[in-house]
Every structure is written in structure tokens, then in C-alpha cells.
Design a binder for this molecule. Structure first.
Ligand SMILES: Cc1cc2nc3c(=O)[nH]c(=O)nc-3n(C[C@H](O)[C@H](O)[C@H](O)COP(=O)(O)O)c2cc1C
Length: 200
């Protein structure tokens, strides 16, 4: 492939995907069809705990993030795993159709899962919209906006003696003197060459 980075020019939004028992930050969301019963697709990495939860449940929600979202919500849902941390403890949520939606978001879409498509790394879950509401009229955050602002949004604080390597694709931070040779970002899967040393 000559330059796969052009794929990142596809405009995407920023969402918190939730289902019963957990959820994670996602940008791989698309409206598959409009009309009276829209279909919405969301791709979830197989290594994410949310992938298993999405297979175990029939309902999921997407909360739409605005540019003014508290960045802690992105860190909470996008850089931690429900396997070892309860993401809902520190975030304001409201239950809709049995699923938590994020109160600080612009609004939500609740879907009933109707299909799944597997590839080697991800599962594409397709849902039919069954409920939706708007909380506020703010400007939605695009993935491009997140990319441009991730240094301020996902602040990296390095204390002396601690070296931070920041993933230039998703903003994940690895602390350590050097990155292991075969290191891959646990969030977006890119190799060590995509990490940048964060100067103090
Ligand atoms: C900006 C951003 C975008 C992300 N987009 C996706 C995505 O589209 N699909 C996905 O599966 N994971 C995505 N992630 C990664 C998951 O949110 C992350 O791996 C999360 O910690 C998984 O949590 P879990 O193990 O509780 O499911 C994204 C993370 C960030 C920070």
C-alpha cells in the first residue's frame, strides 16, 4: 500500500459506545441507511472487552461527544478497560432502554443489534435505531478535531525521571525509558514508530 494514512481523511465523529456492563470510546461509526428506521454501524476491536459485551447483548447506545466534552471521559472510556476498572463510577450517566448513556454528551442513539460482520481484528456491529434524544446543541467533535487537539485534551504530565511516549494516532501514553522493539499501541494497534517522545 502506497500511503494508508489517507484512510484517516475519512471524516468520523467521536462517540462513547455503551452496552450492558461496559463500553468504550469509538470513532468507527457510520450511518448505513437513513429513512424511518436508520441502520448504524460501529466497528469494535476484538481485543476490547466491549466486543464481548456487544456479542452478549442486543442493545447498544452511542453518545455523541461535543468539542466541549470533559476530556476525562475520553481517557476513561478510550484508554482504560472495563476488565480492570469500572468506567461508570466517575462519569454521569442516565439509563435508557437498559443501557447507560453519557450525560455530558450532546445526545444519544440507542440501537437494537441486527447483524454482525467479522474481520481479523474487528467486528462490525449493525444496529437499528430504536430511541434517540438530544441533550444540547453544541458542536460535535470530529475525529479530526481530536487528532488536532489531542495534546491538550489528553494531557501528558511527565514528572522528572519519567519518560512519556505518546501515540501520534490515538494519544495513548506509554511511560518508560524506551519502547520495546515489538511494541504496539494497546489502543489503536500502530507500531512503535508512530510514538513520539514527550519532552518535559
Ligand atoms: C480517540 C479514540 C478512538 C477510538 N476508536 C475506537 C474504535 O473506533 N473502535 C474500537 O474498538 N476502539 C476504539 N478506541 C479504543 C478503545 O476505546 C479502547 O481500546 C478502550 O480502552 C477499550 O476498552 P474496553 O476494554 O473496556 O472495551 C478508540 C480510542 C480512542 C482514544
Amino acid at each position: 500500500m502506497r500511503d494508508k494514512s489517507i484512510v484517516r481523511k475519512i471524516s468520523q465523529g467521536m462517540y462513547i459506545l455503551t452496552t450492558v456492563g461496559g463500553g468504550c470510546c469509538v470513532d468507527a461509526v457510520s450511518q448505513i441507511s437513513g429513512g424511518d428506521n436508520p441502520l448504524i454501524g460501529v466497528a469494535v476491536m476484538k481485543k476490547n472487552y466491549t466486543n464481548k459485551l456487544m456479542k452478549d447483548n442486543n442493545i447498544f447506545a452511542l453518545s455523541v461527544l461535543g468539542e466541549g466534552i470533559d476530556p476525562k471521559i475520553i481517557i476513561n472510556f478510550g484508554m482504560k478497560s472495563m476488565r480492570d476498572y469500572n468506567k461508570f463510577e466517575s462519569v454521569g450517566v442516565e439509563e435508557v432502554e437498559g443501557v447507560n448513556v453519557i450525560k455530558g454528551s450532546l445526545g444519544y442513539m440507542v440501537c437494537e443489534k441486527v447483524d454482525m460482520i467479522e474481520n481479523d481484528t474487528h467486528t462490525l456491529f449493525i444496529g437499528k435505531l430504536i430511541e434517540a434524544d438530544k441533550f444540547s446543541d453544541g458542536k460535535e467533535m470530529t475525529y479530526g478535531y481530536y487528532q488536532e487537539h489531542k495534546d491538550e485534551l489528553v494531557k501528558v504530565v511527565t514528572t522528572s525521571g519519567k519518560t512519556a511516549w505518546v501515540c501520534t494516532v490515538c494519544g495513548y501514553v506509554y511511560y518508560g525509558d524506551s519502547l520495546p522493539d515489538d511494541y504496539k499501541c494497546p489502543i489503536c494497534g500502530v507500531g512503535r514508530e508512530m510514538f513520539k517522545l514527550k519532552e518535559e
